[in-house]
Design a protein around this ligand. Sequence first.
Ligand SMILES: Cc1cc2nc3c(=O)[nH]c(=O)nc-3n(C[C@H](O)[C@H](O)[C@H](O)COP(=O)(O)OP(=O)(O)OC[C@H]3O[C@@H](n4cnc5c(N)ncnc54)[C@H](O)[C@@H]3O)c2cc1C
Length: 466
Amino acid sequence: MTLETDYLIIGSGAMGMAFADTLLDESDAHITFVDRHAKPGGHWNDAYSFVALHQPSAYYGVNSSELGSPRIDTHGPNAGFYEQASGPEINAYFDKLMQQKFLPSGRVSYHPMSDYLGEGQVQSILSGTPTHIEVRKKTVDTTFGGITVPATHTRGFTVAEGVRCVIPNALPQLWMPGAGRQAPQNFCVLGAGKTAMDAVVWLLRNGAQADSIQWVVPRDSWLQNRLHTQPGMAFFNDSIGGEAEKMAAFAESKTMDEVFLKLEVLGQMLRIDPTHTPTMFHYATMSTGELELLRSVTRVIRMGRVQSIAQDALVLEKGRVEMAPDTLYVDCTACAVPPRKPQPVFQKDRIVVQVLRMPLVTLSAAITAYVEVHGSDDASKNQLCTPVPFPENLAGYARATLLSTMNQFQWSQDKPLRQWMRQSRLDAFGRLVSEIDKEDAQKQATLVRLRNNTMTAMAHMGALMA
Ligand SMILES: Cc1cc2nc3c(=O)[nH]c(=O)nc-3n(C[C@H](O)[C@H](O)[C@H](O)COP(=O)(O)OP(=O)(O)OC[C@H]3O[C@@H](n4cnc5c(N)ncnc54)[C@H](O)[C@@H]3O)c2cc1C
């Protein structure tokens, strides 16, 4: 069978959905989605049930549709901050969007449970039936991120027979009577990323004692304080004022370690153990409430990555640790965002959607669609859309900030795009800045400080990246 479409979008994850939403609103194009998953939302479909956004729902998702409600949490470790959608809420949001906006528009075809094989070839996973898609305009690849989560990654270590090693998805099922086995009394969380942090917080909030948890931390990481990611005027000093201070830290530091230490003093960056200097920053965002919970776990194993789990011991890069035989290991070692070399976004009849303002993934996809519709040739479109690589080390944060700021500057020079962004729910901070009262001297002074500090910081980024 052969079908026709204007844009063939590979992947109906957050990026594909955000791209399509803006393309539908800004053009009369026909879109065809192909995705291996049975529902839109990409990796959120495979996540553990207690996953949630790191950031407020207020500026995640697609441009045309609010995610959740603009309420502030009153209890739990996120108290005082805007709500963060849970994984199931995100899945329902994207599904509703597909069922209630995209498909009823008459301009969208959707092929779930289908593999894209290249060259317009699509194959149903369940029946093997091939379909050829004739693309009138462009193929849009939203799979560049290559996200891996515990349910879809391949373990990099071996596990001895009889050892219980689960992914975090299994934790909420521990109450179920399982083949005569008792609920575990000892836990060992493997990995130091956001998933591992979520697993530790989940265990503690669900009754596990802190001293029943061991935690394998191959590398320490800096964490962004969620206070500084809040939208709305009430948080202006923390968000926009914080950005001005961050730029000053970049401008005034000689090394990236110094940048992070300054940001820690300012309360913008957090670390779980103040006696260890983190070597990575992956934009994981935490509240100080969550940090306190994480700090209560003191049985931390810093001996590199796990190589194998024997019946009574963990074998790590730097040695062996004896373990209680009934330990439940929680595998949180999926890397989430693997390192990738960026490529041009606009490549003739192909668009490779990538992050343009770190870490705002869906804003980046929506802007790419806007530029596709309203831009002229590939060269000028690519000038507005320089891909920003995900940081692999601390210097990568300087690079990501530099490139994101340069994109931001390019967008501000394009009047229609600037105006579109001012209306966009995905650009919470741009909108906030545009709403500041001209007579508000204090806030205007903060904006001047932000502009000046940003200019000085940009000139200094090369040295920090080196
Ligand atoms: C636990 C976790 C929490 C996160 N929290 C946040 C957050 O708070 N804020 C934020 O901005 N970002 C967050 N992120 C980053 C997150 O990756 C993005 O928000 C976003 O969901 C990524 O979407 P995507 O479309 O790029 O990728 P994916 O979700 O991976 O979607 C890609 C889709 O492409 C499909 N696909 C791939 N290859 C093929 C093929 N050959 N044929 C058919 N289909 C194919 C896949 O099935 C998948 O559905 C988080 C990530 C993780 C892992």
